[in-house]
Design a protein around this ligand. Structure first.
Ligand code: HEC
Length: 169
């Protein structure tokens, strides 16, 4: 009995944590996806990196869904999506070549003023996602939620500095 009570307490704590993640991480990162319809005119490497960003956002959504499931966690899905994020994140720096600012891009000029820091923030995402992928097979719900939240924070910490709030249309 006791064990059950503490399990359900743990689960509700877990759900509160997920809610926090949804508010802090997912809403700000996923909302702009609808805005991105306005990016149909983007071409070349700018379009490519927007697609990459959208792909990592989709992976985040899938991981969130797996974590929220009330039945068994789809660990294989978390592993796969987190690994995909790592792979993309390692390639972020090369998707922002010198001269690829302006136009439809929402990247701030600071990307090219602080390329070292931009790379470091890309690698922070790669590492956080790698950690989550590594924990996927055996980690507890709590650990995976914490790992997921850690990944989400790295999205936000880069966007805060290097992504425009809204394009000046
Ligand atoms: C190292 C910096 C960095 C990290 C880390 C990062 N982003 Fe981005 N993201 C950007 C920049 C810069 C843009 C704007 C790109 C442009 O418009 O040229 C962007 C744009 C986006 C967009 C809009 C794409 C579009 O269609 O215009 C989405 C969605 C997005 N990011 C999601 C994410 C998610 C989810 C994560 C974490 C899993 C993440 N990003 C991590 C820098 C980053």
């Amino acid at each position: 009995m006791k064990a059950n009570v503490s399990y359900s307490r743990q689960v509700s704590q877990h759900h509160r944590n997920l809610l926090k993640i949804a508010v802090v991480v997912l809403i700000p990162t996923l909302l702009p996806m609808s805005e991105s319809l306005a990016h149909k005119g983007a071409t070349g490497v700018i379009k490519e990196r927007m697609e990459t960003m959208k792909s990592v956002a989709r992976s985040m959504k899938r991981i969130n869904k797996a974590l929220r499931s009330s039945s068994d966690i789809d660990r294989a899905a978390i592993k796969r999506e987190a690994a995909a994020i790592t792979k993309h994140a390692r390639e972020f720096p090369q998707k922002f070549p010198v001269g690829s600012e302006g136009g439809m891009s929402e990247a701030k000029p600071e990307v090219w003023q602080n390329p070292g820091d931009f790379s470091a923030k890309s690698m922070a995402l790669a590492t956080a996602a790698e950690r989550l992928s590594g924990a996927a097979s055996t980690g507890s719900r709590e650990e995976l939620s914490a790992g997921f939240s850690g990944v989400g924070k790295t999205c936000g910490s880069c966007h805060r500095v290097y992504r425009m709030k809204k394009r000046n249309r």
